[in-house]
Write a protein that binds this ligand. Sequence first.
Ligand SMILES: Nc1ncnc2c1ncn2[C@@H]1O[C@H](COP(=O)(O)OP(=O)(O)OP(=O)(O)O)[C@@H](O)[C@H]1O
Ligand SMILES: [Mg+2]
Length: 181
Amino acid sequence: MKELSLHILDIMQNSIVAGADRISLTLVEDSHADLLSFRIEDNGKGMPKEMVQSVMNPFVTGRTTRRVGLGIPLLKAAAELTGGGISLSSREGEGTVIEARFGLSHIDRQPLGDMAGTMLGILTSYEDIVFIYTHRVDEQEYTLNTQEMRDILGDVSFSQPEVMLWLSEYLNENETALYQK
Ligand SMILES: Nc1ncnc2c1ncn2[C@@H]1O[C@H](COP(=O)(O)OP(=O)(O)OP(=O)(O)O)[C@@H](O)[C@H]1O
Ligand SMILES: [Mg+2]
């Protein structure tokens, strides 16, 4: 994958497949700590212990029992390439938390990519899921909570053109503002 936003999308898709109806994404760029990290937490069906291990180490478990996907191993490899790593914790029936850490200024760190577009796409595709997205860049941050949007919009779809346009502008303006000192 070329961009971190695609890894983020991939990991959020796992939460959706796991039946989550609440997904939070916290993305932090901390230049003092030279760290880029994100944490995705869901209330989906979770994973049993053995599975958490096999997902983290897909090549160790062998391929006789089940197909092991590539989303998590690819994220792990990308993070480790920059001196970072990932951690995964999950409880069956409760949910999953995955955190990835990257060396912010490391030459091999993939660019973040289009977070506004990524969030817009997922929010409008899965309107029944509550997304809580926070992006922090050093001292500046903003949060979008789709529950608050839903409370205001009632039955109006997020993919109504006017709503999409507003959302797109909101996300793009806030993303841009994060990088203005
Ligand atoms: N948030 C989650 N909740 C519950 N199970 C999960 C979650 N994330 C991953 N898993 C389990 O771990 C498996 C491996 O995830 P991974 O993203 O590495 O591959 P995949 O989603 O199966 O395939 P791919 O991402 O390559 O399309 C998933 O198939 C799923 O069973
Ligand atoms: Mg996946």
